[in-house]
Design a protein around this ligand. Structure first.
Ligand code: NAD
Ligand code: WQD
Length: 333
């Protein structure tokens, strides 16, 4: 089986490519390297001792996309922009890259008669939870342009399936991916100041930042700080292989990929300090606009439908994130 991986040079993409190659898939990565580097793909080859095909291109370049995916059996679609705050500043870029880009991808797939796709959605499509844990039946809504792009793409995929029920579509709603491959060769490599908690903490531990701002300690949670469902990126990557296996039959299914367990900001700080043996200085700051108190998955459907379950603990997530950060203090160049 040959899989076309858009955005395959990115954080989740590289970890998924490792799992695909280790499992005997052939891999074609299509990426414009707007948030990644070719070096990350070389490292995927180094880890697996296998080679993959790399194509530099934008998903909005439908002509290049159409010719590049010839001969592939399925697509995993990671390519897109993902920063919530930036999406508020630059909504047109987000809709263009994510929504227009996905339309180009789906048309290119149609032209090649490829009808199998795994799509990266996000728990952000649930908005502020009405109940926890979040099941896939929770109402869908969101509060920012990034979230809307995910929601709109999900709807496009559901409409596509209604129009042609021979498609095989898996929508994976990720919770909070963290950690890194145990080799320390690949991991999360944000440009500029990290938006997300774990890479920010990692940069404090390695001395690149002085302290962490804990955004709010007055939430309705056990210690007042935000609670999230952190999931090890290798578990997440393996979920994509189970999704491909489940797509033997036509369907359009949305599934949560999370652990089902939430941790607070202060619990993550403590776990990271233990894993890195470095003090993590922090200060309590005001709440970040748009943040919710708590969010964690009901992972039952993933177990039943994909035969997949997250295995790695918060300790492992922190140890692996630290291993990557300490080996690559300035990221992947
Ligand atoms: P990432 O930025 O590391 O990877 C995305 C990759 O897509 C990058 O290599 C980038 O260069 C590429 N890309 C972006 N726009 C492109 C375009 N127009 N054409 C070709 N390539 C393009 O992000 P990630 O964390 O690996 O996320 C992958 C996917 O998962 C994204 O769709 C993201 O929205 C989704 N997701 C991520 C998280 C998270 O917290 N990391 C959570 C939920 C969902
Ligand atoms: C986690 C917790 C913060 C940074 C985002 C997107 C979501 C998905 C995953 C793509 C919260 C707190 C954070 C900091 C802090 N991405 N925090 N200080 O907000 O749950 O989700 O990434 O789909 O769509 O919204 O993740 O890592 O930013 O925050 O105190 O410097 O850490 O308030 O409680 P979030 P996060």
């Amino acid at each position: 089986m040959k899989i076309f991986v858009t955005g395959g040079a990115g954080y989740i993409g590289t970890h998924t490519c490792v799992e695909l190659l280790n499992d005997g898939y052939e891999v074609v990565v299509y990426d414009n390297f707007s948030n990644s580097s070719i070096e990350a793909l070389r490292r995927v080859e180094q880890i697996t001792q296998k080679s993959l095909q790399m194509i530099e291109g934008d998903i909005r370049d439908e002509v290049l996309l159409t010719s590049s995916m010839q001969g592939c059996d399925g697509v995993i679609h990671f390519a897109g922009l993902k920063a919530v705050g930036e999406s508020v500043e630059k909504p047109l870029e987000y809709y263009d890259n994510n929504v227009h880009g996905t339309l180009c991808l789906l048309r290119a797939m149609q032209k090649n008669s490829i009808k199998t796709i795994v799509f990266s959605s996000s728990a952000t499509v649930y908005g502020d939870p009405e109940f926890l844990p979040l099941t896939e039946k929770h109402p869908l809504r969101t509060t920012n342009p990034y979230g809307y792009t995910k929601l709109v793409i999900e709807e496009i995929l559901r409409d596509l399936f209604k129009s042609d029920p021979t498609w095989k579509i898996m929508i994976l709603r990720y919770f909070n991916p963290v950690g890194a491959h145990q080799s320390g060769l690949i991991g999360e490599d944000p440009q500029g100041i990290p938006n997300n908690l774990m890479p920010f903490i990692a940069q404090v531990a390695v001395g690149r930042r002085e302290f962490l701002n804990v955004f709010g300690d007055d939430y309705q949670t056990p210690d007042g700080t935000g609670v999230r469902d952190y999931i090890h990126v290798v578990d997440l990557a393996q979920g994509h292989l189970r999704a491909l296996e489940a797509l033997k039959t036509p369907q359009c299914t949305a599934i949560n990929l999370g652990t089902g367990r939430g941790y607070s900001v202060l619990e993550v700080v403590k776990a990271f300090a233990e894993a890195s043996k470095k003090p993590i200085n922090y200060t309590i700051s005001p709440r970040r606009e748009g943040d919710i108190a708590a969010c964690y998955a009901d992972p039952k459907n993933a177990k039943e439908l994909l035969n997949w379950q997250a295995k790695r603990t918060l300790k492992q997530m922190c140890e692996d994130a630290w291993n990557f950060q300490s080996k690559n203090p300035e990221g992947i160049k």
